[in-house]
Design a protein around this ligand. Structure first.
Ligand SMILES: [Zn+2]
Length: 251
């Protein structure tokens, strides 16, 4: 924060979000205004429209927005009414460079001036940590799906497919289909590809088997199983390919 050319900076807890930091700056600016009658007009310039709007929301439960509102009430009792100015990116405002430099020094230093963290920032931080742990476990697995879906956050939307097609797509991505795994229920020997003399698998049929080279070219299948089973246009081609080689109904 810059007031009359003087820089004030605080180091917040490292898990604090940018939005909270903007709110914190607004609050500190309001606290800085003397609670006494004056002829001065105070302008508080911020590039965070959300932080300014949160202060205007009389029903807000946000603790920092409420602190700001409390300051405004105290000031208004002395007829001091600061004006908030939203300037996107602080364009053309003197002091912006000073604020940026002070902010960089504050976040790289060891000290923390404000330990308190908003609940929403804690929730966000915990969610991120949980996803990181989950992703680590996912990457240590070696399953058919983990080779197709690399990130646990990836989502595949299959609204363009019929219900029966969606079921078959999920089976293909899991690597478990009737044609490759029915033997587990029937007690038969594991099926093998007669042409290549290897165990039959989804990857073998879609990417590797020499018996289907021409059909693979005809339907423009990709070389790797991830591209074939993770992108909507390719999935459509895979289903057409499986129909053409006569095993779609056994997927
Ligand atoms: Zn084969």
């Amino acid at each position: 924060m810059v007031v009359d050319g003087v820089v004030h900076s605080w180091a917040l807890n490292p898990i604090t979000s940018v939005y909270t930091a903007e709110q914190f700056a607004l609050w500190k600016a309001l606290v800085h205004i003397p609670v006494e009658p004056t002829n001065k007009t105070y302008l508080i310039v911020s590039d965070s429209l959300n932080a300014i709007n949160a202060v205007k929301d009389i029903y807000t439960r946000d603790p920092l927005a409420r602190l700001c509102q409390g300051c405004l009430v105290d000031l208004s009792e002395h007829n001091v009414r600061p004006v908030f100015v939203w300037v996107p990116g602080h364009s053309g405002i003197n002091g912006n460079e000073m604020v940026d430099r002070a902010a960089k020094i504050a976040i790289t230093g060891p000290r923390i001036d404000e330990e308190h963290v908003k609940m929403t920032d804690v929730q966000c931080h915990l969610k991120q940590k949980i996803i990181e742990i989950w992703q680590g476990k996912w990457e240590r697995q070696s399953t058919s799906l983990s080779h197709v879906k690399l990130s646990v956050k990836e989502k595949l939307y299959l609204k363009d497919f019929r219900r029966d097609e969606q079921i078959k797509i999920h089976r293909l991505r899991l690597g478990h289909t009737n044609v490759t795994h029915q033997y587990l229920l029937t007690g038969d020997p594991r099926p093998r590809c007669n042409t290549c003399n290897v165990d039959l698998s989804v990857k073998h049929v879609i990417c590797d088997c020499v018996k289907y080279v021409n059909q693979r070219d005809r339907f423009n299948l990709k070389e790797d199983v991830r591209s074939n089973l993770n992108e909507i246009p390719n999935l459509k081609n895979v289903l057409k390919f499986l129909k053409a080689i006569g095993i779609y109904s056994n997927v």
